[in-house]
Design a protein around this ligand. Structure first.
Ligand code: ZN
Length: 131
């Protein structure tokens, strides 16, 4: 069980929501910059329906900066989905409580610092960095 207080959880949820809005804005702007009918269409759908079109956007775009935003947005959306569950704030590898300070810096973090470093080393050169 997480050691987070309700207030801490709420503030992290707020941070995640703000982050998702920022990321959505960046992704929409990047889509519009492409200035093709397809990306304009995707930008409109993204603004209307949100996460439903994430996969479509990922398929149609091949821009490194957007891919990074997409990966982060996915983590943020995923974290928002589990923030009310007992598993939020618990390291997925070692079951330790992730310190609140780390969650403030990275509300979508799934691992404690030690496990995250081990994870990154074992996936060196991998595709997306997972939070
Ligand atoms: Zn851990």
């Amino acid at each position: 069980m997480s050691q987070l207080t309700l207030e801490q959880r709420k503030s992290l949820e707020q941070a995640l929501r703000v982050r998702s809005i920022v990321l959505r804005g960046e992704i929409t702007a990047a889509l519009r910059q492409q200035d093709t009918p397809e990306t304009a269409h995707l930008a409109n759908r993204f603004e209307e329906t949100g996460d439903d079109v994430l996969a479509d956007i990922e398929l149609s775009l091949d821009i490194a900066s957007v891919e990074r935003d997409m990966g982060e947005l996915r983590s943020v959306v995923e974290a928002l989905g589990r923030i009310d569950s007992p598993g939020y704030g618990i390291c997925s590898d070692c079951d330790a409580a992730i310190p609140f300070a780390r969650l403030q810096a990275e509300p979508a973090a799934r691992r404690c610092v030690a496990c995250q470093e081990r994870h990154e080393h074992s996936h060196a050169g991998g595709t997306h960095s997972s939070l």
